[in-house]
Design a protein around this ligand. Structure first.
Ligand SMILES: *Cc1c(COP(=O)(O)O)cnc(C)c1O
Length: 379
């Protein structure tokens, strides 16, 4: 039999990632850049099952490294929930809730701006996905009062709100939906993949039943890793134990994060807890950055004034330029890379998504100047 070719993998040994030391404005990555502590722990705990030295049967109860304290004390406090656990990511958290709480054919009401993984999780389970519309171009806002008629019509098993969504960075009124959920007595999930770890979010204050976060998106962690918080009353459903293996949670197949992603999440956690307190400055910075880009002719989509670092723009000028250059859509990526900026998806010109979270104001000024120079060069 022919052996698999391994040349390409051998190269990994000496590979540096292209955007090392560049200014990163790529939304997927700005909230997950490791802290120095996490980077160190990453090497030390890199071997498989490295957290399991002192396991007595339950991952969340391992005392050393201090997973028990993290999962049972620090995380619930941070999320504002009664009970927390760790997952492989936001989508796995959402899937675990859906899978344990709903049956095929049940309805779930979600916002139109939901992440694709919410739809895919529902599809995998045979749930009926009902979508609350957004206000359409240019703000694409979700008015949570629009959940009400759909609740009355469909009698859903659950409500889900994406806070913020990953397309526009809009922050809908989670508290108001909390009131609605209470009034109709329907379990309510907040998807905080882009908020938990960036900004203050508290499940109890919102009045939600579940909160989901993504460690490799917003908690300065490697992945896949995520967090899931819930009210105590859902613990016996979502975190129910196996009949045959009494200390293994069925929905989690026993143990989720069995190594290094959990360690980086924990190593960065003290920093993450601190950084959410600087959220007001992040918002001011995002608004200023958006304003500067609009002066260049970018058109910001999503809520204005914007309240999140994730910013989507229409950039018709770049699309126009791409029609006349050899590299087509890739010219923008190339121009930015030459200037030390890692950001918009290679090939994209008509719309771009950026995040101001990781860059300083000085760096963002330089990004604005670079966009201006690129526009002048091609005009
Ligand atoms: C990125 C993202 C997800 C997926 O997060 P994972 O942790 O990778 O599963 C889910 N929802 C939203 C809104 C996102 O932006």
């Amino acid at each position: 039999m022919e052996q698999p070719k391994k040349k390409s993998l051998e190269k990994l040994l000496h590979m540096t990632r292209q955007h090392k030391d560049m200014i990163n404005i790529m939304p997927l990555q700005t909230g997950s850049i490791l802290t120095p502590a996490a980077r160190e722990a990453l090497i030390e705990f890199g071997d498989g099952y490295s957290v399991c030295d002192f396991c007595t049967g339950s991952l969340a109860n391992i005392p050393n490294p201090p997973i028990q304290e993290f999962v049972h004390e620090l995380l619930p406090q941070f999320l504002g929930c009664d009970v927390a656990t760790i997952t492989h990511g936001a989508r796995e958290g959402i899937f675990a809730i859906m899978h344990s709480m709903a049956r095929p054919g049940d309805s779930i009401i979600v916002d139109r701006n939901r992440h694709y993984t919410t739809s895919v999780a529902a599809e995998r389970l045979g749930l009926n996905l009902i979508k609350v519309p957004n206000s359409d171009h240019p703000e694409f806002k979700i008015d949570v009062n629009n959940y009400i008629p759909l609740i009355e019509e469909h009698k859903p098993r659950m409500l889900l709100l994406t806070y913020p969504d990953g397309s526009y960075g809009n922050l809908p009124d989670t508290h108001r939906l909390g009131e609605i959920a209470r009034k109709y007595d329907i379990p309510y999930i907040v998807n905080g993949a882009y908020s938990v770890g960036r900004m203050p979010v508290n499940m109890a204050e919102i009045g939600a039943d579940f909160i989901v976060g993504s460690a490799h998106k917003s908690m300065a962690s490697t992945g896949p890793a995520g967090v899931l918080g819930m009210k105590k009353k859902w613990q016996e459903i979502v975190l129910r134990k196996s009949e045959s293996h009494k200390n293994k949670e069925l929905e989690l197949l026993g143990c989720t994060l069995r190594g290094v992603p959990l360690i980086t999440l924990m190593a960065s956690f003290p920093h993450v807890v601190e950084r959410v307190n600087q959220w007001d400055e992040q918002v001011t910075k995002a608004q200023w950055f958006s304003g500067e880009l609009e002066k260049l002719g970018f058109i910001q989509l999503g809520e204005k004034p914007h309240k999140h670092d994730l910013l989507a723009f229409e950039t018709p000028m770049f699309y126009e330029f791409s029609q006349h250059v050899r590299e087509r859509g890739y010219f923008l990526y190339k121009e930015l890379k030459e200037r030390g900026i890692w950001g918009p998806q290679p090939g994209m010109t008509r719309n771009i998504k950026t995040s101001s979270f990781a860059a300083s104001r000085e760096q963002l000024s330089y990004v604005v100047d670079s966009f201006r120079a690129i526009i002048n060069k091609y005009s």
